[in-house]
Design a protein. Sequence first.
Length: 104
Amino acid sequence: MFVTSSIFAHKKDADLIIHNAKVYTVNELFDMSESFAVKAGRIIGMGSSQDILSKFQSVTTIDTKGKTVLDGLIDVHAHFYRYGESWQTVDLVGTKRWQEVLKK
């Protein structure tokens, strides 16, 4: 006879699990996380990879290998071009000496 125990709790189903990531949240504290689970287009759990993998199961699981994930970035409107362009220019306003220019 096989007896099950409450030790072997059933995992909740998710459509997608992302783990081993650097997840930048958009909550009021801008917390960082490692992992999250998604069901029907909504995040249903967020936390450490160990925590999420122990609570949820999914056919689709992605190990990002430490890559960055931006949850909530759903708008195609972004200023990445201008941001990248800003890294190629230097604001020299207020500099008075050549050494200040070189430092900037």
